[in-house]
Structure formats: C-alpha cells, structure tokens
Ligand binder design. Structure first.
Ligand SMILES: Nc1ncnc2c1ncn2[C@@H]1O[C@H](COP(=O)(O)OP(=O)(O)OP(=O)(O)O)[C@@H](O)[C@H]1O
Ligand SMILES: [Mg+2]
Length: 239
C-alpha cells in the first residue's frame, strides 16, 4: 500500500459525556482516495473534526504523512497541509467570491511553488471567475460548493478532506463536483471523501471505510465492495 497521508489510529472521541467515536482506525494512502461512508450520525464528520484538530481525540492518534498531529491546534494541522471542505459548505456569505478565496490562501507546506492561487482556482471553476466580485450569498448551491472546494485548495493542501460535497445538489451538479474530485485525485492529491451515497464513491475511491455507530464496520478496497455486498446492505441500507 502507498505510504499513509493521513491515519486515525484507535481514536476515541467524545462530545461532553457522549462517546461518539470508538477505536476508529482508518488510513488514506498518499495520492489515494479514501471513501468514508456511513448513515446519518455514524460519526463521519466527527472523524473530520478530530483530524483537523477541532475536536481533540480522547484516546488514540492522528498522523499526517507519518507525523503525530494528535495534540496540535487546528492552525498547526492546517500548516502541515490538511484542508477541510466542511459539510454544509460554510463559506463566508457576506464576503465576495474573491475575498472568500483570498482569506484562505496559504503557501504549500514543502516550500514549493503554490499550485493554487486565484488564477488557477478560476481556471478550474470558470463560473467562480465570472462571479468573483459578487457576494457569496448570491451564489447557487453548486457554485457555493465549488467555492468551498476552491477555498480549501487555496491553502495548497497535501490532504484534502471533503465532507459530503454532493449534499443537497442536483444530479447534474453532483456530476460536476465528482469530475472535479476525479481531476484533483489525478493531480496526486490525497483525498478523504465523506459520503452517504456509496454509488458516488465506488468508482473513484481506492479504499472504503464504513462507519456504523461510531465504530469502523468495514475496511476494504473499493473494488471488493462495488457489487453491493451484504456489508453494504447491513451498514448503509439497501442500494
Ligand atoms: N456538537 C455536537 N455535540 C454533541 N453531539 C454531537 C455533536 N455533533 C455531532 N454529535 C453527535 O455525534 C454523532 C456523530 O455525528 P456526526 O456529525 O459525526 O455524524 P455524521 O456521520 O457526519 O452524520 P451526517 O451524515 O448526518 O452528517 C451523532 O450521534 C450526533 O448526534
Ligand atoms: Mg456529517
């Protein structure tokens, strides 16, 4: 397997007294795409929150390219090349498209040339370029998702976490978002794609982890799960 870009190792996490993740282990290989699946409330977003340092792991370890980041603050984890496209987009609606992107700009961790800047983001998402001076509140849902992805890319990450980027979007826009993710993967970025719909991730993921009630129920190469196995029906419902 490829070297680990991101690993959670036996992670336990709590919201107050509520034990939400129990001994969760998962790995996204360098240049690979990990599909993280699970029903509502399974703990997918909590895994993202732990990874970026918003919710400290009570037990276990998080590593980024082999470095232990478990106890680091969110800014320090971000500085090591981890960026999150949060569930629900969370763009700054009172800022313009351009301002949303500029506030997230960061030089790459390895000191190399920044691949992502306003020009390259607008080249990837021409509609954002056309609307660069508009208030983000006026964007469509699909455009807001593009902006959320563009904003994460402006940080020039090595690992990109995407939490349900297809949520609430029309099928045609979902197809555009998936094409974008495919392109980013081809560029060598390591990606964790959180989804509720397994159909969206099977073709693009290298590996799949299915969470059920805060525990890992299945870890497998995507190719092994593609045909709708009993595992999928049990943990995700019937597809
Ligand atoms: N801030 C919070 N405080 C307390 N409990 C929370 C909080 N956020 C989430 N939870 C609970 O933690 C569990 C896991 O939630 P999480 O958001 O990680 O699920 P999810 O898999 O991302 O679900 P969804 O697909 O609906 O986004 C759920 O039981 C949820 O109710
Ligand atoms: Mg979630």
């Amino acid at each position: 397997m490829a070297n680990s870009a991101l690993s959670l190792i036996d992670v336990d996490a709590f919201y107050g007294d509520s034990h939400v993740l129990e001994k969760v282990s998962l790995t996204c290989g360098e240049g690979c795409l990990l599909g993280l699946l699970g029903r509502n409330g399974a703990g997918k977003s909590t895994c993202m929150n732990v990874t970026v340092g918003l919710l400290p792991a009570r037990r276990g370890k998080v590593t980024v390219f082999g470095e232990d980041v478990t106890k680091l603050a969110p800014e320090a984890i971000s500085a090591r090349g981890v960026a999150l496209v949060p569930q629900g987009r969370r763009i700054f609606k009172s800022l313009t498209v351009r301002e949303n992107l500029i506030v997230a700009a960061r030089k790459p961790t390895n000191g190399g040339k920044a691949a992502w800047n306003l020009d390259t983001v607008f080249a990837m998402f021409p509609r954002l370029g056309e609307r660069r001076s508009q208030m983000s509140a006026h964007l469509s849902g699909g455009e807001q998702q593009m902006l959320a992805i563009g904003r994460a890319l402006m940080a020039n990450p090595r690992v990109l976490l995407m939490d349900e980027p297809s949520e609430g979007l029309a099928p045609q826009i979902v197809a555009e978002v998936m094409a974008t993710i495919r392109h980013l993967k081809a560029s060598g970025l390591s990606i964790v794609l959180v989804e509720q719909n397994p159909k969206l991730v099977f073709d693009i993921a290298d590996d799949i982890v299915i969470l059920n009630s805060g525990q890992v129920a299945v870890t497998a190469p995507a190719a092994d799960l593609r045909d709708g196995t009993a595992d999928l029906r049990q943990h995700l419902g019937v597809f």
